[in-house]
Design a protein around this ligand. Structure first.
Ligand code: NAP
Length: 292
């Protein structure tokens, strides 16, 4: 039960996804509303793909102030919205929706959240060589903002066809006039790409709980001059991050990106600066309680 009074004035924010049982967004947002004394509440809804259109119409009809979108709806929701922020349009995925008097506009705060998490650690990707692993939704968001910021990019993905990675590379070349190298995710190509890399980003789901003993990168390829960012946030310290730390590398966990994507959504819905440290603390607390 929320420890606040809900009234006719309470503003409602939501999450739609399937599943939503383990989401950390409610604890992050509700703690932030409480800290700032905002009359808001955040509730998760499990919505199947078949019910997505009905759920979006329902959220509009119920006049919620906004909602987050998670797997498996980040792409399929796009035609159901009334407008898209240019970054969400480029990335081709939406994780945050703002309701402006019945007009639903989609944003991608995963992409900006990733960049904020880097800059917060004083990691500036402009002019750096960045190796990105993966070509799914997270990889697309990450590579687009990195290219926009002025990084040089190599993408490695496991699919033999590499269709998705090439598709991202083409988009970046059109928008920024940059050549992006696309390679198959194999140890020999990875070794070569990492020789000149400043930053390595794991944007695959490899290493995510319950397969926390896996890593997409052999430990011997990690070195102390690398900055390693793992977008996986469960566990907080993935095998990749632990091995990178052991090699003396600077590391950034996906939990920072998670907290920032939430904070940026919070700011769009409330117009207030988000208490990012608190939001991150709540997410960490919830993850650690699941590890027990
Ligand atoms: P997705 O669209 O399903 O993409 C998954 C990617 O991982 C694909 O490139 C896939 O390669 C690759 N992959 C999966 N298993 C692999 C394996 N065994 N070996 C090599 N590559 C493999 O998922 P997503 O939405 O991008 O999410 C990826 C990860 O990012 C998840 O762990 C998710 O929780 C995390 N994430 C974190 C945040 C955050 O805020 N920190 C935000 C968004 C996502 P193929 O193309 O070959 O299938």
């Amino acid at each position: 039960m929320p420890d606040k009074e809900i009234s006719g004035k309470t503003k409602i924010c939501a999450l739609i996804g399937d599943p939503v049982e383990h989401t950390m967004s409610p604890v992050m947002h509700n703690a932030a509303y409480k800290k700032l004394g905002l009359d808001y509440v955040y509730v998760p809804f499990r919505v199947s793909p078949e019910q997505l259109a009905a759920a979006v119409d329902g959220l509009r009809a119920l006049n919620v102030c906004g909602f987050n979108v998670t797997i498996p709806h980040k792409v399929s929701i796009i035609p159901m919205l009334d407008g898209l922020d240019p970054l969400a349009e480029k990335v081709g995925a939406v994780n945050t929706v703002v309701n402006n008097d019945g007009e639903l506009r989609g944003y991608n705060t995963d992409a900006d959240g990733f960049l904020k998490a880097m800059l917060e650690r004083e990691v500036e990707p402009a002019g750096k060589n960045v190796v990105v692993l993966g070509a799914g939704g997270a990889a697309r968001a990450v590579t687009y903002v990195l290219a926009d910021r002025g990084a040089g990019l190599t993408i490695l993905n496991r699919q033999e066809e590499l269709d998705w990675a090439e598709n991202i590379a083409e988009l970046i070349s059109e928008d920024f006039g940059k050549v992006v190298r696309v390679l198959e995710l194999r140890d020999e190509y990875l070794a070569e790409a990492l020789q000149i890399a400043d930053i390595l980003v794991n944007a695959t789901s490899v290493g995510m709980s319950p397969a926390g003993d896996e890593s997409p990168v052999p430990a011997e390829l990690l070195k102390n001059s690398l900055i390693v960012f793992d977008v996986v946030y469960n566990p907080i310290n993935t095998r990749l991050l632990n091995e990178a730390k052991a090699a003396g590398a600077q590391t950034i966990s996906g939990i920072d990106m998670l907290a920032w994507q939430g904070a940026l959504a919070f700011e769009k819905w409330t117009g207030q600066a988000a208490p990012i440290d608190l939001m991150k603390k709540e997410a960490v607390k919830m993850l650690e309680s699941h590890e027990d």
